[in-house]
Design a protein around this ligand. Structure first.
Ligand code: UDP
Ligand code: MG
Length: 329
């Protein structure tokens, strides 16, 4: 069922941080897919691939420039420093949606299978504004990554964060929905929870997540953990509420202990309670520290939000061609 009248101009957005090893493989593959879609009439001939260089320290930007100089379908956006994956995606979406009718964000290492881009565009033709690519299997991820991810989705759901399980940042968005996303003013970006909040007609397409084609992951364990904690605390205040409830419980237990001690003093023979004393001190000390830590995380978020710093800073955009030069290649 096709309900759109106009053939859309597509912008494929690749955030890239130190991706010199893989960029060539990725661009070769994506350019073939782009051409096929142009030939089939799904997207316009001036559809493009936009690489957002997130402050790379290797030859990524030089490679982007080489490609852009010889290929009319490549646009390079250079951020002024490394802002991180999420801000790089947002920068790409904001730039690309100035030109394109639809944008698709995907990783530069081809882990997000580009073969399903055609299906995603087809869903747009059916009338959807947002298309989420969802991983049907994570067999290529390590056991550790699979299970930590599973735990993350469970905890997030329990805390009331509305996420689409096994969807990361591989998605199609229409110009309209990107404009709505840009209205969300937050600095702590967690796009996979922000986009569902927009509420436009959306659907899912499944794919098998592949292996990174070359180079190293830019998400070591520590960064992954920070990202997970950031994501949850940006979208749920339940952890603070939970601490409050825990506090009440602990005070309740202490109350029972007091009553018990009084009774013991009156009717029994009191014990010298070294171990119970030590356990209580350490336990309560620990709970206190965790509680202060969680409150600290939220105060930290308030701190970054009130500063109102720009979420990304574009230093340079290359490869914007005049319309007459944009031929299908
Ligand atoms: N990336 C980025 N800025 C960063 C870290 C990563 O733009 O600070 C990009 C990276 O180049 C890649 C994507 O984000 O295109 C996902 O990163 P990666 O593949 O390293 O993560 P993983 O797949 O291992 O979770
Ligand atoms: Mg990857």
């Amino acid at each position: 069922m096709i309900i759109r009248q106009k053939v859309p101009r597509l912008g494929l957005i690749l955030p890239a941080y130190n991706e010199q090893e893989v960029l060539k493989i990725t661009l070769t593959k994506l350019r073939i897919i782009r051409s096929e879609l142009v030939k089939s009439g799904a997207i316009t001939a001036d559809s493009f691939i936009m690489i957002v260089d997130d402050g790379s320290k290797d030859r990524t930007w030089a490679l982007v420039n080489e490609y852009e100089a010889t290929n009319p379908d490549i646009i390079g956006v250079k951020l002024s420093r490394n802002f991180g994956h999420q801000p790089a995606l947002l920068a790409g979406m904001s730039e690309a949606s100035k030109l394109a009718d639809i944008v698709i964000t995907l990783d530069a290492d081809l882990q997000d299978n580009p073969e399903i881009i055609g299906q995603m565009v087809a869903k747009y033709h059916e009338g959807y504004e947002i298309v989420y690519a969802v991983r049907s299997s994570r067999q290529t991820d390590t056991w550790f990554k699979r299970n930590t991810a599973l735990a993350f989705y469970k905890i997030a759901a329990w805390l009331g964060v509305d996420l689409i399980p096994n969807h990361a940042d591989f998605r199609l968005m229409s110009k309209t929905s990107v404009a709505a996303l840009m209205k969300l003013p937050e600095r702590n970006l967690f796009l996979r929870a922000m986009v569902p909040l927009l509420g436009y007609p959306s659907t899912e397409v499944t794919y098998e997540r592949g292996k990174r084609q070359a180079g190293q992951s830019k998400y070591p364990l520590k960064k992954m953990l920070t990202f997970a904690i950031d994501g949850i605390t940006s979208f749920s205040v339940k952890p603070i509420r939970f601490l409050f409830d825990l506090g009440i419980l602990v005070v309740g237990i202490a109350g029972i202990e007091i009553v018990y001690t009084i009774f013991e003093k009156m009717f029994g023979n009191p014990q010298s309670g070294w171990s119970s004393l030590m356990i209580s001190i350490w336990l309560l000390g620990g709970i206190n520290l965790i509680a202060i830590g969680v409150v600290g995380i939220y105060i930290g978020k308030i701190f970054t939000e009130v500063k109102q710093r720009p979420r990304f800073q574009i230093e340079n955009v290359t490869g914007l061609k005049e319309p007459e030069n944009q031929a299908d290649i």
